[in-house]
Design a protein. Structure first.
Length: 318
C-alpha cells in the first residue's frame, strides 16, 4: 500500500504534471525551434552551394551520371526487345542529362537505324565521332550498318573493314562482311569472312574477349574496372584466365548454338558455288549435328544428293 501511495499521489498531481508536460504552449515552443533549425539548415546548405566545394560537385556529378545511366539501361533493354521508339525516347532523356555521353549516342544511332530514321542515325554517329576518336572502331561499325541499310554496299564494306582487329565483336564484323560479299557474289572473300566468323564463334578465348568488350559500357564511370579490362585486352586471354569457368558447359552450348549452324550453312553454300561439293557436304552435315531442325541444311544435303547423281564422282571426293 505504501508503494501505491507514493507512486500515485492521492491529490491528483500526477495527472496535472502530464497536462503541463503536453500543454499547447510547449508544442508551440517545440515547433518554433524545429522551424528555426530547418531554416538554419537551409541557409547553411545555400551558403555551401554558393561556395560549390569539390565534394559537392562530385556528389552532384555522381547523381547525374547515375540518372543518365538508368535511362541508358532502360534504352538498352528496349533496344534488345526491338522496341525502337521507346529505346530512342530513353536514350534522348539520357542525353538531355549528359549530352556528350558517346556510348548513349552510339546506341541511339543503332535504334534510329533499325527504326528507319537513317538521317538522324547519321547525324548522331558523326557527332559521336567528333567527340571521341577512341571509339572510332565502334562508330565505324555502326556507320557500316547504316550504309548497309541504305544499300551502299561498297561503303558499308569499307567501314566494316575498319572495325577488323578492334574491340568490336569480331564474329559479328566478319558475318556482316561475309553476307555483303555473298550478296555481291564475291565468293572467295565471303569464304574468308565466314571462316573467320566460325573461328570467333567457336574459340572460347575470343568469346571471353567479346564478353569483356560488351561489359565496357557498364563500367564507363568506373575508371578502376576499365583499367583492369583494358589491361586484359592488352595482354590477351589464356586458358588460365578461363579457369573459373566450366569450359565443358561453354563447349556444350557451342555444340547447340543455331548461329554456329547458320555459319556452316553459309560456308556450305559458298562451297557449292565454288563447286567444292565435298566441303559443302561436310558443312551441311555439321550444321545438322548442331541444329537437327535446320531445314536449310537439310535442303542443302538433299540438293547435293541429287547433284551427286549428275556431277563427276571426283567433285565429291574428300
Amino acid at each position: 500500500m505504501c508503494c501505491l501511495f507514493f507512486t500515485i499521489p492521492a491529490d491528483g498531481s500526477h495527472q496535472s504534471n502530464r497536462r503541463r508536460r503536453w500543454s499547447p504552449s510547449r508544442w508551440q515552443t517545440f515547433l518554433t525551434w524545429f522551424l528555426v533549425l530547418v531554416w538554419l539548415a537551409l541557409v547553411s546548405f545555400g551558403a555551401i552551394s554558393l561556395t560549390n566545394p569539390q565534394w559537392l560537385q562530385e556528389w552532384g556529378h555522381q547523381g547525374v551520371q547515375a540518372e543518365s545511366r538508368t535511362y541508358k539501361q532502360y534504352g538498352d533493354s528496349f533496344l534488345h526487345q526491338g522496341d525502337y521508339p521507346r529505346a530512342i525516347a530513353h536514350y534522348q532523356k539520357a542525353l538531355q542529362i549528359t549530352p556528350e555521353r558517346v556510348s548513349v549516342m552510339m546506341n541511339l544511332a543503332v535504334a534510329y537505324t533499325y527504326a528507319g530514321f537513317l538521317q538522324e542515325a547519321d547525324r548522331v554517329l558523326k557527332a559521336a565521332s567528333r567527340l571521341e576518336s577512341n571509339r572510332q572502331d565502334l562508330i565505324s561499325f555502326n556507320l557500316g550498318e547504316l550504309l548497309e541499310r541504305q544499300g551502299k554496299t561498297e561503303e558499308a564494306i569499307r567501314y566494316y573493314k575498319e572495325a577488323i582487329g578492334s574491340k568490336v565483336d569480331q564474329g559479328l564484323v566478319y558475318r556482316k562482311l561475309g553476307l555483303l560479299y555473298l550478296g555481291a557474289k564475291r565468293y572467295e572473300e565471303a569464304l574468308e569472312a565466314f571462316e573467320n566468323t566460325l573461328a570467333n564463334q567457336t574459340d572460347v578465348k575470343l568469346s571471353y574477349m567479346d564478353m569483356l568488350n560488351r561489359s565496357l559500357d557498364d563500367y564507363e564511370d568506373d575508371s578502376v574496372t576499365l583499367s583492369i579490362i583494358g589491361a586484359q585486352f592488352s595482354r590477351g586471354v589464356s586458358i588460365a584466365d578461363l579457369a573459373l569457368y566450366d569450359l565443358k558447359i561453354i563447349r556444350y552450348l557451342q555444340e547447340s548454338d543455331p548461329e554456329i549452324a547458320k555459319t556452316h550453312n553459309h560456308l556450305a553454300y559458298i562451297q557449292v558455288q565454288r563447286k567444292d561439293y565435298s566441303s559443302a557436304a561436310l558443312h551441311y552435315q555439321r550444321s545438322l549435328e548442331i541444329w537437327s531442325g535446320n531445314s536449310d541444311a537439310q535442303r542443302g544435303i538433299d540438293y547435293l544428293a541429287k547433284l551427286r547423281q549428275e556431277a563427276p564422282p571426283s567433285d565429291f571426293e574428300h
